[in-house]
Design a protein around this ligand. Structure first.
Ligand SMILES: [Ca+2]
Length: 338
């Protein structure tokens, strides 16, 4: 391709574009290696792999959205939990959650019975992820994953694994990978599962013989509950408990995602918990900052960690649980007025 284009700049541009569109990825040695490994290790047919990856389009917008690694020396940006929370805890999203609960009550009840995860927590995740299925993503997942796997600014290895999982998932489910849509990062369906999570944790909750997280709300509900249960969700235990820290101790005590504190040890240091009966096990200390005001602090227990396994962010998990409470409250008001 390059030889034929040599000489004429205009022609070269046209050739480069068509190379990107058709054979671009297939011409790359690391892509050939990936295809050979998929064939040798998983028995996928080379012709099928070439059809799919040969059709993959580089998406500059995906690379941009994934973004570069923040240099270690950079000053961390000023973070505001209230600002983050406000994006998800809107009146319309809370009302949509209460309506969704009404419509899908039977599935939510069954998910709680089977996995011990209450309806509002499943709804909190669905609400933050996709506003209950309204924004499930319009990127072709093969394009997103191939772009980051081979041209991404970071985490190429992780996304190569996810591309592999996508291809295996499509084979398992007997669907054409080129038809699968999702977020810029390759997350799919109402609950925005990555391919590896679909293969590992998703369940066919409506029992029609296929797992479909885009078309079946029941599968989406069951899969979220199954996922949280696999990461240790324990029925009836609080996830987050507000705490009061002694003065000037935050720098030492805040652990974010890491659950490394003994409750007794924290109490000895003067930490006060707002709830008497606490779950068993270690906890984290989470900071919820508000610029210009004192931060709030929470102790995160096992159920909080389960939600952070969905997305490794304390803001994310706290917003899911806040949205869950708000939906539960809205639901209680609706049922009380009936
Ligand atoms: Ca199903």
């Amino acid at each position: 391709m390059r030889l034929r284009c040599a000489g004429a700049v205009l022609l070269a541009l046209v050739c480069a574009q068509s190379a990107n569109a058709s054979t671009g990825y297939l011409a790359r040695p690391e892509v050939r290696q990936f295809i050979e490994a998929m064939e040798a290790e998983h028995g996928l047919e080379a012709a099928e792999l070439e059809r799919v990856i040969g059709a993959a389009q580089y998406q500059p917008v995906v690379s941009r959205l994934i973004g570069p690694e923040r240099p270690a020396s950079a000053t961390p940006p000023v973070r505001s939990y209230p600002k983050y929370r406000a994006k998800f805890l809107t009146r319309s999203r809370i009302a949509a959650g209460a309506r969704f609960w009404d419509i899908h009550e039977a599935d939510l009840r069954r998910a709680q019975a089977e996995y011990g995860v209450p309806p509002e927590v499943i709804l909190g995740i669905l609400g933050v992820e996709t506003a209950f299925g309204q924004n499930t993503g319009s990127f072709r997942v093969v394009d997103s994953l191939t772009t980051i796997a081979f041209d991404g600014p970071r985490r190429q290895e992780y996304f190569r694994d996810e591309l592999k999982e996508l291809l295996l998932m499509a084979r398992d489910l007997n669907i054409d990978p080129l038809t699968i849509k999702g977020s810029y990062a390759g997350a799919m369906g109402l609950p925005q599962f990555m391919p590896s999570s679909i293969r590992k944790y998703a369940v066919d909750f409506d029992g029609d013989g296929v797992i479909d997280l885009s078309g079946s709300t029941s599968d989406a509900i069951g899969s979220i509950a199954a996922y949280l249960k696999s990461f240790g969700w324990a029925d009836g235990e609080p996830a987050l408990v507000p705490v009061h820290l002694p003065p000037h101790s935050a720098a030492d005590l805040v652990t974010g995602l890491e659950r490394t504190h003994e409750v007794a040890a924290l109490r000895e240091m003067g930490v006060r918990f707002s709830v008497k009966r606490l779950p068993e096990g270690m906890c984290s200390v989470v900071e919820l900052p508000t610029p210009g005001k004192p931060s709030r602090y929470m102790a995160g227990f096992g159920n909080f960690e389960a939600v952070t396994r969905y997305n490794r962010s304390t803001f994310y998990a706290t917003a899911v649980l806040d949205l869950a409470s708000a939906i539960r409250e809205a639901r209680n008001q609706v049922t009380a007025s009936r």
